[in-house]
Design a protein around this ligand. Structure first.
Ligand SMILES: Nc1ncnc2c1ncn2[C@@H]1O[C@H](COP(=O)(O)OP(=O)(O)O)[C@@H](O)[C@H]1O
Ligand SMILES: [Mg+2]
Length: 276
């Protein structure tokens, strides 16, 4: 059984926008999953179902085999931490410290434990020096880091990040992904939504491609060099793959989509040339 299963999910906003139209997908526990799709595909709407902010209007969302509903949304929310696309939706306390302490304070932890968690989360996200500042005065990228710290401090089993790298500088991006990888190494399930194919190709174990409120394809990173998937989801090839598209003389059976695949392909080629 997959940790998260969505079956034939439909969701329509109050203004009549049909955001999800029969979405079906599986997310395995303990893995790094990237949800890809163009703007308006339904990624954020789908993610908001995973911690009960939206509830299924038709179809079902199962978490650990149980349908997410009004009656268990709190319990699901304690296990699933969500970093919203827009940190202004998430960061609202008087100080950065209070903001990060908000989640753990509602978990019935001791003062000492809360302090330790907030400290660790602010250190990990590089925001410790801002602990006493008002989030209001921070840049967008800094607010995003605070939002991430707030979720880290809750130590959830599943961490979901909607467009995690939007507005982050390269260093901030590296910091966030180092944290996500460490969490995953310790057993957490990490799910991100992004339209960044390069990021997904480098980082993800599993890829889910959504377009028009439906799942177009689900599999490994090889989907990101699949011509049909790219066309139908209005994505583009990862940069690495585009380089190899210019090199048909290498006669590669599949286009490498990320750096390790490219290095392996080049090694094989160099080895073959040398062997001749
Ligand atoms: N609060 C809302 N009210 C009405 N329509 C919305 C709302 N949020 C999103 N939508 C619409 O739902 C569709 C899916 O949006 P969204 O889930 O945000 O896609 P994505 O995250 O993939 O860009 C889009 O057509 C979007 O305009
Ligand atoms: Mg979105």
């Amino acid at each position: 059984m997959a940790l998260i299963e969505i079956n034939n999910l439909y969701f329509r906003y109050k203004d009549g926008t049909q955001a999800l139209r029969g979405l079906t997908l599986r997310i395995e526990g303990g893995r790094k999953t990237a949800i890809l799709g163009p703007n308006g595909a339904g990624k954020s709407t789908m993610l908001l179902h995973l911690n009960g902010i939206h509830l299924a209007q038709q179809g079902e969302v199962l978490f650990a085999g149980e349908a997410v509903s009004r009656s268990n949304e709190r319990q699901v929310r304690s296990r699933v931490g969500m970093v919203f696309q827009d940190p202004d939706d998430q960061v609202f306390s008087a100080t950065v410290w209070e903001d990060v302490a908000f989640g753990p304070s509602n978990m019935g932890l001791s003062h000492k434990e809360i302090e330790a968690r907030v400290h660790a989360a602010l250190k990990a996200t590089g925001m410790w020096d801002y602990a006493g500042k008002a989030p209001y005065h921070l840049s967008y990228g800094q607010k995003k880091r605070v939002a991430i710290a707030g979720i880290l401090a809750m130590d959830p089993e599943v961490i979901i990040l909607d467009e995690p790298v939007a507005f982050l500088d390269p260093r901030g991006k590296d910091t966030v992904f180092a944290i996500l990888n460490e969490l995953n190494r310790r057993g957490a399930t990490v799910i991100i939504a992004t339209h960044d194919v390069d990021l997904a190709a480098e980082w993800a174990d599993d890829v889910i491609v959504i377009a028009g409120g439906r799942c177009l394809a689900q599999g490994g990173t090889e989907l990101l060099v699949n011509e049909r998937v790219i066309r139908e989801a209005e994505l583009r090839y990862p940069v690495v793959a585009r380089i190899f598209q210019e090199l048909p003389e290498l006669e590669l059976p599949v286009l490498p989509g990320n750096v390790p695949a490219a290095v392996a392909a080049l090694r094989r080629h160099l080895f073959a040339v040398k062997g001749k």
